[in-house]
Design a protein around this ligand. Structure first.
Ligand code: IMP
Ligand code: MG
Length: 185
């Protein structure tokens, strides 16, 4: 069955996302007016938003990507594994981390600290969605597309078991879909 039938409700439409990406791009253009920031997208969820955002930043920017995953089966809070590192030397650069959603905040807190430790001049965070109700660490995004409630969302880069990333909108899954996919692995 095609994934679209699994969506209970469309929360944010494609047009709304693109309009917000335009506003955020304009704000970043103003804030970084004399700078050449490096956008760093976290794979894979940030890809559609990163693409929309960068088109709306009127500056001499470059972008790179990182892939990180939380350690599983350990109690160490905030520890992440780098699956794909940056290709760009970042010493002295102004970095804008681009993310699909900030949930507990552990991923971004760790990545931000890592990049600052490597000598980045500054690191700010631009996230499409902010789920602030679930935050467990003290980190705030500098640029936020939309606040969302504490429910699991998919689409526009975000997945459930690697599905639904390519949907052009952000939606909420039917509860039975999450159960079915979990059982079938
Ligand atoms: P954090 O380290 O808890 O902030 O985790 C952030 C990551 O968890 C995001 O980049 C997503 O990959 C994933 N995530 C958190 N909430 C959702 C959601 O509602 N849908 C899809 N992925 C989510
Ligand atoms: Mg992610």
């Amino acid at each position: 069955m095609w994934e679209k039938n699994d969506i209970r409700e469309i929360l944010i439409s494609e047009n709304e996302i693109q309009e917000r990406a335009k506003q955020l791009g304009e704000q970043i253009t103003k804030d970084y007016s004399s700078k050449k920031p490096l956008l760093v997208g976290l794979l894979r969820g940030s890809v559609p938003f990163l693409a929309d955002l960068m088109k709306n930043i009127d500056l001499d920017i470059q972008f790179d990507t990182m892939d990180v995953s939380s350690y599983e089966g350990t109690e160490s809070v905030g520890e992440i594994r780098i699956l794909k590192d940056l290709d760009t030397p970042i010493k002295g650069l102004d970095i804008i981390l681009v993310e699909d959603i900030v949930d507990t905040g552990r991923t971004l807190q760790t990545v931000k600290n890592t990049l600052l430790h490597r000598g980045a001049a500054s690191v700010t965070i631009c996230t499409l969605l902010n789920k602030s109700a679930r935050r467990t660490v003290d980190i705030q995004a500098d640029y936020i597309g939309f606040e969302v409630a504490d429910e699991f969302v998919v689409g526009y880069g975000m997945d459930f078991n690697q599905k639904y990333r390519c949907l052009p909108y952000i939606g909420v899954l039917n509860a039975e879909c999450m159960v079915n996919i979990c059982i079938s692995g």
